[in-house]
Design a protein around this ligand. Structure first.
Ligand code: S6P
Ligand code: ZN
Length: 184
């Protein structure tokens, strides 16, 4: 029997994934209608502006007991005073949890439970964040460089974006005097 060579690689400095079974997706401003609070600022910006990119190593597909490993790259920028961020979601299978960890940049992880109570944690390189089941989560890039965050979650968790598109989070992270502030 031989030792099989690794087929997939994770760059610990940049978070970039390379090799087998990697899916990639990206979200531009035009894919984020209704997500940012300042509609006029949103309309004035080029719709093709890249907000974030997600790489996922899919060793399996949507099977109970499986795991996904992903890296989110959120670019620096703002729509008005609101930092670039992910759409945010609950998991479709609500009780599934997730780990996030900071790789590059500076950001905020916004949590919201089903009663719409919110809280937030600062993300820096090396910070570790546990997202319990039944909690919506969103990444916000509050820095001026790329925010890169690793993630690991059950492969049958799925995404429920509709709840967030319809009702949003009950708080937003806005820039004030060059610093992130939580606004309810
Ligand atoms: C999946 C995990 C991340 C996000 C990614 C993009 O459960 O939480 O991979 O999908 O950060 O965010 P969103 O809200 O657009 O899926
Ligand atoms: Zn998730």
């Amino acid at each position: 029997m031989e030792i099989i060579k690794a087929k997939t690689f994770f760059d610990g400095d940049t978070g970039v994934l390379k090799g087998d079974k990697i899916s990639r997706s990206e979200r531009r401003l035009k894919d984020m209608e209704g997500i940012f609070t300042d509609k006029d600022a949103y309309e004035r910006m080029p719709p093709d502006t890249l907000v974030y990119k997600v790489e996922v190593h899919e060793a399996v597909k949507d099977i109970p007991g499986g795991l996904y490993f992903g890296v989110s790259h959120v670019y620096p920028g703002r729509v008005g005073h609101e930092y670039f961020m992910t759409k945010g979601h609950f998991h479709a299978r609500r009780d599934t949890a997730e780990y996030y960890w900071g790789i590059t940049g500076h950001g905020v992880l916004l949590f919201m439970d089903e009663k719409r109570t919110v809280w937030a944690e600062e993300i820096i390189p090396g910070s570790l964040h546990y997202i319990p089941g039944n909690i919506a989560h969103r990444l916000i890039n509050s820095g001026d460089s790329e925010l890169t965050v690793g993630a690991c979650w059950p492969s049958d968790a799925g995404h429920d974006y509709t709840t967030i598109v319809n009702a949003g989070f009950s708080a937003r992270i806005l820039e004030k005097n060059g610093r992130p502030e939580i606004h309810f």
